[in-house]
Design a protein around this ligand. Structure first.
Ligand SMILES: CC(C)(COP(=O)(O)OP(=O)(O)OC[C@H]1O[C@@H](n2cnc3c(N)ncnc32)[C@H](O)[C@@H]1OP(=O)(O)O)[C@@H](O)C(=O)NCCC(=O)NCCS
Length: 143
């Protein structure tokens, strides 16, 4: 399933490394809806020993930048309703809950749907400085 996600032409995968070891990864896909390009976070995972050191936040930043570069206007995801850590990560990054789907996961757990408007990225207070730095870097690269 992961291979199919990664190899899909409308997807991107990010790997975080620490000292040459994989610390985490994320996969994002793109789709069109109502003439608007939307990004969907298929998965984001950080190795247990690397958690709470900002790897997840950094992966989210890369996902959002690549989605914006691809013309995406919004980004969304499903998260298990009881996954408090992931929900906290998304909420601190400016995502808001849009709904709930019962029995979404194979073992019957409910999912919450979170989304974020990508043009609001710069308004995420805690990330404002690093986003500005990333935008400067991106414009330098595209010049
Ligand atoms: C969710 C996950 C990706 C977070 O990755 P991480 O690298 O630990 O996250 P970060 O260190 O970047 O955390 C950023 C912020 O998110 C919040 N957060 C992350 N994990 C949290 C947890 N377990 N409990 C409470 N808040 C948490 C905090 O606000 C944190 O900031 P702080 O550390 O300054 O308080 C990671 O715990 C994980 O891989 N979990 C298992 C897989 C999973 O559930 N993936 C999500 C699928 S939808």
């Amino acid at each position: 399933m992961m291979r199919a996600f990664v190899e899909h032409p409308c997807s991107a995968a990010w790997i975080a490394e620490e000292s040459g070891r994989m610390a985490g990864f994320a996969i994002v896909g793109w789709s069109e809806r109502g003439g608007e390009s939307r990004a969907y976070i298929q998965t984001i995972e950080v190795a247990p020993e690397a958690r709470r050191r900002g790897v997840g936040r950094e992966l989210m930043r890369h996902i959002e930048e690549s989605a914006q570069d691809a013309g995406g206007r919004s980004i969304w995801l499903h998260v298990e309703a009881g996954n408090a850590g992931a929900i906290k990560l998304y909420e601190t990054q400016g995502y808001s809950c849009q709904g709930r789907k019962e029995n979404f996961y194979p073992l019957g757990q409910a999912a919450l749907i979170y989304s974020k408007k990508l043009d609001l990225i710069a308004a995420t207070a805690s990330d404002a400085a690093s986003v500005n730095a990333a935008n400067a870097d991106r414009s330098a690269r595209t010049r």
